[in-house]
Design a protein around this ligand. Structure first.
Ligand SMILES: Cc1cc2nc3c(=O)[nH]c(=O)nc-3n(C[C@H](O)[C@H](O)[C@H](O)COP(=O)(O)OP(=O)(O)OC[C@H]3O[C@@H](n4cnc5c(N)ncnc54)[C@H](O)[C@@H]3O)c2cc1C
Length: 387
């Protein structure tokens, strides 16, 4: 057993940290408040190869795994730039296409995802179905050689920045007549696809949208994979990378908040010569949050290692646990940081309250803490399914 990164992974961590710090949380918040995107940071990360670390070299990527992509997510977040689209485009979309796309789809999309010139976002959530993906109502019907999609999706991140949306829809299985899931690459400018931006209480340069698919006509090759049978495995392929990288983003955000708060409490003096951090009522909550973040990081490392070793089922358990732990730890760390900073904690200048919405959302999305507890109760503890 080893807890050390390889020298290459260490270098990657240092290099991404340097990039993130050059931009910093001030940049992230400025972009969010101006209603703009972190275009410069995304483009530079793409040029430097950080967005494609998990994409095979033959498609322009770095040939690494989810361990490397988790490092990128964590370090950018630890610099105050938690980029949600890293979880969607390189983690989910690139993995799905690499594992289950056709060779033509890999050639067409992976190089752009790797250098950041293309973004593909992911749409599964629906207003009626919510957490219950068995109730998905977006349907894809055969239309000559191609497909006709109808349905609605909600909370879809980054549609305004993306070239394509990877849409999860149901198709009719001709042998059984039952509906089964399939993934479709839908261009964001496709006729019949409209969107409306949701007002979210999150300070973020990345936006969420309601999507309406009204008779969206797609060519045959919009279906991900060679046949409809690719649908379910393709859908599952995205889940572990999603959970591991969103956990890494949470752990990085927690580190960022604790670092900001510790710097402050070590130097702020309001009772004579002692720093406020010398009071255990201030330092213990911070230390407790640091323990929770570090525990989450261990679980992320385990989940990423299992995933990269091809042990998908074990990675599923570890990835869910990592996501749960990191979501809780990030929310605790940011809330604690706000508290120990006092009034400064609520200012934009000190840059922690700006993360409250994002870490709160991290306990709901992309999979809620309750659905993870359901998963663990059922698959680890052997309990009957409650729903
Ligand atoms: C910032 C943000 C970004 C997002 N980005 C995307 C995206 O890019 N693409 C995408 O497809 N989706 C996205 N989502 C949607 C997200 O994945 C869903 O919000 C999440 O899966 C929960 O679904 P829901 O909101 O419909 O909640 P519901 O399913 O309505 O659940 C509401 C509450 O009830 C609980 N609950 C529901 N069922 C059970 C049960 N059986 N047992 C116990 N508790 C239960 C849930 O845990 C939750 O707390 C995003 C959401 C947010 C907030």
């Amino acid at each position: 057993m080893t807890f050390d990164l390889t020298p290459e992974q260490d270098q990657l961590r240092d290099a991404v940290r340097a990039l993130g710090r050059r931009y910093g949380h001030g940049y992230f918040v400025e972009k969010a408040k101006a209603g703009e995107h972190t275009t410069e940071l995304w483009a530079e990360a793409g040029r430097l190869g950080y967005l494609g670390v998990n994409i095979p070299t033959e498609y322009g990527g770095g040939g690494g795994g989810i361990t490397e992509l988790a490092i990128v997510c964590e370090e950018l977040a630890a610099s105050g730039c938690p980029l949600l689209l890293l979880v969607v485009s390189p983690a989910i979309a690139a993995t799905v296409l690499n594992r289950h796309g056709t060779e033509e789809q890999r050639k067409r999309h992976l190089p752009g995802l790797a250098d950041g010139s293309q973004k593909i976002v992911f749409a599964i959530t629906e207003p009626e179905a919510g957490s219950n993906f068995h109730r998905l109502g977006t349907v894809a019907r055969r239309d000559g050689d191609g497909w006709l999609l109808n349905g609605r999706k909600c909370y879809i991140s980054g549609v305004d920045e993306a070239d394509h949306v990877l849409v999860v829809a149901r198709t009719e299985d001709s042998s059984t007549g039952r509906l089964k899931p399939a993934l479709f690459l839908v261009p964001t400018d496709a006729a019949g696809l409209t969107r409306s931006k949701l007002d979210m209480e999150i300070v973020s340069p990345e936006n969420q949208f309601l999507l309406y698919l009204d008779d969206v006509r797609l060519p045959a090759d919009a279906l991900v994979g060679e046949s409809l049978d690719a649908g379910l495995p393709a859908l599952f392929a995205g889940l572990n990378p999603e959970r591991i990288t969103v956990a890494a983003m949470g752990a990085g955000t927690g580190r960022y908040a604790i670092e900001r708060a510790s710097e402050y409490t070590a130097t702020r003096k309001v009772w004579g010569g002692r720093s406020i951090g010398s009071h255990q009522g201030v330092s213990h909550p911070l230390a407790h949050a640091a323990v929770q973040v570090e525990l989450a990081r261990l679980m992320i490392q385990k989940a990423a290692t299992l995933y990269d070793a091809g042990r998908d089922l074990e990675a599923g358990v570890a990835g869910n646990m990592a996501k749960y732990a990191a979501g809780e730890a990030a929310a605790l760390a940011v809330d604690t940081a706000v508290q120990v900073l006092g009034g400064a904690g609520m200012t934009t200048e000190y840059g922690v309250a700006t993360l409250l919405g994002a870490v709160r959302a991290g306990r709901i999305a992309p999979v809620s803490r309750e659905m993870i507890l359901n998963f663990v109760a059922q698959h680890v503890l052997g309990q009957d399914k409650s729903y």
